[in-house]
Design a protein around this ligand. Structure first.
Ligand code: FES
Length: 172
């Protein structure tokens, strides 16, 4: 599978046309293009194509894509796990949860430190951290595919990940 692949030019054109002239057009355009990418990211070729088509400098597009945290410049996994690293969650063991995830997916410590997030080699999971979910009373807190899980411990977390994998196998 080619993870660097952009979405087809025709689709980019349609999305640009749809948002043309509307307030926040560039953000909406990039957001929809990312949503259409099978790996939920904006490859360099896509940013270049959008800059050309909109006749704006590449640097402007790049600045927007790097400023907003919801844009991804690297391929994302099919499922997203977000572990809170805030103080309340940290004291209740979120670091250990993160380590458990890394052990489960055989991700080295260097990788965890080097990246703000990492994606498993099979592109099934992207793991990232967040400063606080604002639900400190329920710490430690983990979000999986947009669903918040509170008072998470290792056993609970492994069960959640196994369930995600199972439902994935069932749907394929
Ligand atoms: S520190 Fe984790 S939810 Fe606030």
């Amino acid at each position: 599978m080619n993870t660097e692949k952009s979405i087809p030019d025709k689709v980019i054109d349609e999305i640009i046309e749809k948002h043309k002239g509307k307030p926040g057009a560039l953000l909406s355009t990039l957001e929809e293009i990312q949503e259409n990418n099978p790996f939920k990211f904006l490859p360099k070729e896509t940013l270049t194509a959008v800059a050309k088509k909109l006749n704006i400098p590449y640097s402007q597009i790049y600045n927007v894509a790097t400023f907003y945290s919801f844009f991804n410049l690297k391929p994302q996994g099919k499922h997203t796990i977000i572990v809170c690293r805030g103080t309340a969650c940290h004291t209740k063991g979120s670091k250990e949860l993160l380590e458990d995830i890394c052990r489960t997916f055989a991700i080295g410590e260097e990788d965890q430190e080097a990246e703000q997030f990492f994606t498993t080699p099979d592109n099934l999971f992207t793991v990232r951290t967040v400063a606080c979910f604002g639900q400190c009373a329920q710490s430690p807190v983990v979000e999986v595919d947009g669903k918040i899980y509170s008072n998470v411990n290792s056993r609970k977390l492994i069960k959640i990940l196994e369930d995600v994998k199972k439902s994935d196998l069932k749907n394929n």
